[in-house]
Design a protein around this ligand. Structure first.
Ligand code: NIG
Ligand code: FE
Length: 404
């Protein structure tokens, strides 16, 4: 018996590795948590009549699409940095704030003082917002502990929130997010490799390891040391690369076969080619450029090369938006991405950036029953109608988990 039938949609959007298609007048059937049929309504309903489905949703005049996958967030944290936002509006610089002990360091102080319960409860609040904006899976990084105990507590908080919330979470260890005061990068990397990575592996929660490879933070060689040790311990490499200055982080991602290279605002043509050749997914974060009022990454360079460009929110206390809808709107309005390309970037390509390209971010038989009904007549309206949410219903594993 069909558990869920979303029928008579104006358009069903089916992004995948090859591109993105739309089925006009379409229907999706879900059984046992997975999609079993997608296609024109008359074909799907002959095998899956609405009357025989446990739940039937009439999506007339609406768009059905896969749930968004957010492949880059720092969503577990404590404290507040809204005053830094105000200071930045008056001209303060992100890296100067960091160097003077604010920014990431300030969040580190708040997170070290926060209990596991506080971290979980803060994260659950953010997940509610993500879900209401259509995110059904999110990657979440540690990296506001910078010591073994707090990094493990952040990962434990991600694990517990994952158990308690419909949004599926993918945990990334990011001990090398900043150099803690009182030490230098070289010495801190020694500690990450000798103490943090083994403890994280022993805890058994994290799946990826990420590093902030940036001028004044971790060099390419230091990043290589961390990610090589991580890969040797079965943590898949990811990297924050070429954000403020071009350092060679993208080339490192290509060398190591990282799952993704993220930010890439300063990436050169050679960097694009190296990532393409190595099959590394480029993850662009337009919200970060928006809030820092910098230029956007050159999305066209990656799209024109035929690469599976992904988009993410980078949600963190500096970039305060949980919304993949907004990331998509910025990608279109700011980076001039085509709406269909942006939608593929928030679903199938985003899933690829977290090594889940087969199972989520798509609507095809066998994929997870994670989908959205958007109050939009066709997909372009989702980013075209900016500053509002078009997400009306969110389905996770075949269950309705949010409705407006
Ligand atoms: O991806 N660049 C480093 N990390 C985050 C910012 C984290 C923070 O400012 O708290 C980023 O933008
Ligand atoms: Fe980040």
């Amino acid at each position: 018996m069909t558990d869920l039938l979303v029928h008579d949609a104006a358009q069903v959007v089916t992004p995948d590795d090859g591109g993105i298609e739309t089925v006009p007048a379409g229907t999706v059937a879900v059984e046992d948590g997975a999609v079993v049929a997608v296609g024109p309504t008359d074909e799907v309903v002959s095998d899956h009549p609405p009357g025989a489905a446990s739940t039937a949703i009439d999506a007339s005049g609406k768009v059905v699409l896969p749930g968004f996958v957010d492949p880059h967030t720092h969503a577990v944290f404590a404290g507040d940095r809204s005053d830094e936002f105000a200071a930045k509006l008056r001209g303060a610089d992100y890296q100067e704030i960091l160097e003077s002990g604010g920014g990431i360091h300030r969040t580190v102080r708040a997170v070290r003082e926060a209990s596991l319960e506080t971290l979980v409860s803060n994260l659950l609040d953010h997940l509610d917002v993500m879900l209401a904006h259509g995110t059904t899976t999110a990657e979440v990084k540690s990296g506001y502990g910078l010591d073994v105990e707090t990094e493990l507590r952040m990962l434990a908080a991600i694990d517990e929130a994952d158990d308690r919330h419909p949004v599926d979470l993918i945990p990334t260890f990011m001990g090398p997010h900043a150099v803690p005061p009182g030490t230098d990068a070289e010495e801190y990397v020694d500690r990450v490799v000798a103490a943090q990575i083994p403890a994280v592996v022993d805890q058994g929660i994290a799946e990826f390891c990420d590093v902030f490879c940036e001028a004044g933070v971790f060099s390419v060689e230091q990043s290589r040391r961390v990610l090589t040790a991580a890969a040797g311990a079965d943590l898949t490499p990811k990297i924050h690369a070429e954000e403020f200055e071009r350092t060679g982080g993208a080339q490192l991602a290509a060398d190591l076969g990282a799952a993704s290279a993220d930010h890439l605002l300063q990436a050169t043509d050679e960097d694009v080619a190296a990532l393409d050749e190595a099959g590394v997914t480029p993850v662009l974060l337009p919200g970060t450029a928006f809030t820092l009022a910098t230029d956007y990454a050159d999305a066209a360079a990656f799209v024109d090369a035929g690469m599976p460009v992904a988009l993410a929110t980078d949600f963190n206390p500096n970039c305060c938006s949980e919304s993949m809808e907004f990331a998509m709107e910025l990608a279109c309005h700011g980076m001039r991405m085509d709406p269909a390309a942006a939608l593929r970037a928030t679903t199938a390509n985003a899933a690829r950036a977290v090594d889940r390209g087969r199972s989520i971010g798509r609507l095809a038989a066998g994929a997870a029953g994670d989908l959205l009904v958007a109050d939009a007549p066709e997909l372009a309206h989702i980013p075209y109608n900016f500053g509002v949410s078009t997400v009306e219903t969110v389905v996770k594993g075949g269950e309705v988990v949010y409705s407006e």
